[in-house]
Design a protein around this ligand. Structure first.
Ligand SMILES: C[S@@+](CC[C@H](N)C(=O)[O-])C[C@H]1O[C@@H](n2cnc3c(N)ncnc32)[C@H](O)[C@@H]1O
Length: 438
């Protein structure tokens, strides 16, 4: 069921939560900061266009292009509100459209730029005439000359979309389509230093926008570390339930807080694998379905040893035996993967305040009107029931005003075909919805 949005509001306490995390234990904050600094160095390794090509398959590409780019003979101006690696944008540009790509993640945006430039270079003999522009919402890097360019990029949230933003990129103040392909992208998932994956050891980060832009206006610059280490049992249980329908929400929340309390004078819960471990053990204990063999018990005790070390030992985590243990744990099959996945998803949504960004954008109907031409389309792909019901609800309201009409089935939306799911498993939960301005 959709979380009431008022529940997102406690996020406005972000600064005090941050402070609480710092006061809670200075050494833990230091360790987290060190981990983040280390991770930001790694993050600088950007993927090359060819690597992106092999890694990333845009979800429901044909359906999206048909609905979003429409039949305007390639004269479209489009907004890709979640440009990611630009899979959909690139396909739209191939139809002749001009695209303004927006993303909260500056690393991803850089990769999209490289990819677009490489594609354009491939297509034109004189690439000197066509170059992309990139701006941040610091506005210092804004490049307003997009006259001959098929794309512009903006570092920020789709919640920023406004006629003024479009004009600042030399786009007309009204466009022919907006696409929101929600969630996270392959780079964020595959890169352990971002903290999104539970399969690899990494810091508990999970921020799309690690630079902390959008701290208060729409919300969302906590790190996952702060969520996991400062939320109460009820708050944690509530996000597991509302963002991910986790049936053992309360038990997992309680286990996290117990673990934190046990480790009071230490660094709190600092890494992805440690969190995974706590969730796995809670479910195992609760379901009581697993009778461990002696071998499994040994393994279990050794893994527990990794996460139960004190701060000083943890700092010396580079010691070989410890590293080896972590590697073993990474290679081990994820137990209760669905529960682990759901809890990580819930923490990511909370960390980035994703539902608030979506609601902020969708509920501002007059703003949507202001940026869409007649016949323009708003297309969304949601992967998570909370997001999808928010989209469905908002689109129903738009249609009720009499100024929009549905382009996709009202209840079901559009789902990927079986063939697509076979090729790209990540598309299996996707639900595409679209409305058109009359
Ligand atoms: C599923 S990916 C998009 C993939 C893209 N359509 C493609 O084909 O490459 C979602 C992207 O949305 C970005 N994102 C999430 N929330 C956002 C927001 N509020 N505003 C802008 N970008 C956002 C994420 O950083 C991520 O790169």
């Amino acid at each position: 069921m959709m979380r009431p949005l008022s529940r997102c509001l406690p996020k406005l306490q972000t600064p005090s939560r941050t402070l609480a995390a710092q006061q809670h234990n200075c050494s833990c904050h230091r360790i987290h900061t060190t981990a983040t600094a280390r991770s930001s160095a790694k993050r600088k390794q950007l993927l090359k266009p060819a690597q992106i090509e092999s890694l990333h398959i845009p979800v429901m590409k044909d359906e999206v292009i048909h609905l979003w780019a429409g039949n305007n003979g390639g004269n479209n101006y489009l907004i890709d509100g979640t440009v990611g690696f630009g899979g959909h944008s690139l396909a739209a540009m191939e139809t002749g459209a001009k695209v303004m790509g927006i993303d909260r993640d500056s690393h991803v945006l850089k990769m999209a730029k490289r990819r677009f430039d490489a594609a354009i270079d491939d297509q034109t003999s004189s690439s000197a005439d066509i170059n992309g522009t990139e701006s941040t919402n610091d506005s210092s890097e804004a490049d307003t000359d997009t006259t001959n360019k098929p794309y512009a990029l903006h570092h920020g949230s789709y919640a920023d979309i406004s006629p003024e933003l479009l004009q600042s990129h030399s786009f007309p103040s009204k466009v022919d389509g907006i696409l929101l392909d929600l969630g996270m992208n392959t780079h964020q998932i595959e890169n352990p230093s971002r903290g999104f994956t539970f399969r690899k050891q990494g810091p508990l980060d999970m921020r799309f926008d690690a630079n902390g832009l959008h701290r208060n206006e729409v919300g969302g610059s906590l790190s996952a570390y702060e969520v996991v280490n400062t939320y109460t049992v009820d708050e944690l249980a509530s996000i597991f339930d509302r963002h991910a329908d986790e049936p053992y929400a309360h038990q997992i929340a309680q286990a996290i807080v117990n673990w934190r309390n046990e480790k009071k004078k230490r660094a709190g819960i600092i890494s992805t694998l440690e969190l995974r471990y706590i969730i796995e053990e809670t479910i195992t204990k609760h379901c009581n379905t697993q009778h461990r063999s002696t071998h499994q018990k040994d393994k279990f005790l050794r893994y527990k040893q990794i996460w139960s070390t004190n701060t000083k030992e943890r700092v010396r985590i580079a010691t070989k035996p410890m590293q080896r243990l972590i590697q073993l744990y990474e290679q081990d099959k994820v137990k209760h993967a669905n529960h682990v996945m759901r809890c990580f998803q819930a923490i990511r949504i909370e960390t980035n305040d994703e539902l608030n960004h979506l609601n902020f954008f969708l509920s501002n109907l007059s703003n949507i009107h202001n940026v869409l031409t007649t016949g323009a389309r708003l297309v969304t792909i949601a992967f998570q029931p909370g997001e999808d019901s928010l989209v469905q609800c908002s689109m129903e309201k738009m249609v009720d005003t009499g100024e929009f009409r549905w382009l996709t089935p009202i209840e079901e939306g559009l789902r990927p075909t079986l063939d697509e799911v076979k090729v790209n498993g990540k598309s299996r939960t996707a639900r595409l919805r679209a409305v058109e301005e009359k």
